[in-house]
Each structure stands twice: as C-alpha cells, then as structure tokens.
Unconditional design. Structure first.
Length: 136
C-alpha cells in the first residue's frame, strides 16, 4: 500500500506524554511489520494512524491524505523504567486538532490492541518522507 500524506502549516505544538503501555505496544507491533510502518485503523473515530520509527500521524477519513495531528520527537530514553510515560511533541495542522487529542489518546490503544489480536502484519507498504516545512 502506498499513501501520500500532506501537511498544512503547523498551527501549534505542545509537549505531551504517551502512556508506556501504548508506546510499548505500538513499537512492538511496528517491529513485527516487515515494511517498517504500521497502518492502524481507528474505527471509532474514522481515522487512520500511520506509525513509523520517527512519528505517528493521524488522518481523518473524510480528508484522506491530509495529516491532522502528528506525534513526533518521542524520547523514551528519558524514562527511568519501561513503565514510565514517554514524552513527545503533538503537532497540530488543523484548527480543531487540539480537541481530538484526548480522544486519540483513548482510541489509539484500543485500535492497537485490536490489531495485535488479529496477529497479521504482512503486506507491502512504503512511507515517503517529504521535507517538513520550515518553522518560523
């Protein structure tokens, strides 16, 4: 599968913490993916999460290829134990994206658990990196 994703201008960013269980499960599933990226449907929100080693991006089912939110700059090395939350930066590309954050933090773990229960991680996929826009 190949999906081209686009970003609008960054509207805001904020430091956040991802619970350890969510981060650890995401990276466990990502490690099983032969393509190096993981497509996670978040059915309850009609969103698609695309995870790779550097960031998690979230696409609205209606806007298809446009990234609403990206979770970047994960710093798991700052944790004292594997049970500690992982700091990261949430980057918002849509005006209402901040409102989606609370729901994403609830629904992503559910979607990851659903995917883990299926046990399938095969298929060809490729993430094409585009340069990030310059910050002002």
């Amino acid at each position: 599968m190949e999906i081209s994703c686009y970003r609008n201008t960054e509207l805001a960013r904020e430091p956040r913490f991802l619970p350890a269980a969510t981060y650890n499960l995401a990276h466990t599933l990502l490690a099983r993916s032969p393509s190096g990226c993981l497509f996670v449907p978040i059915r309850a929100m009609q969103y698609l999460a695309i995870l790779d080693a550097e960031e998690f991006v979230f696409l609205d089912g209606e806007r298809k290829c446009w990234i609403d939110i990206a979770w970047q700059e994960f710093r798991p090395q700052t944790r004292a134990s594997l049970d500690d939350p992982v700091p990261y930066q949430a980057v918002y590309y849509q005006p209402d994206a901040a409102q989606l954050m609370e729901r994403l933090q609830v629904e992503l773990p559910r979607a990851l658990n659903d995917l883990a229960a299926k046990g399938r991680f095969d298929g060809a996929a490729r993430v094409i990196k585009f340069p990030a826009p310059e910050r002002k």
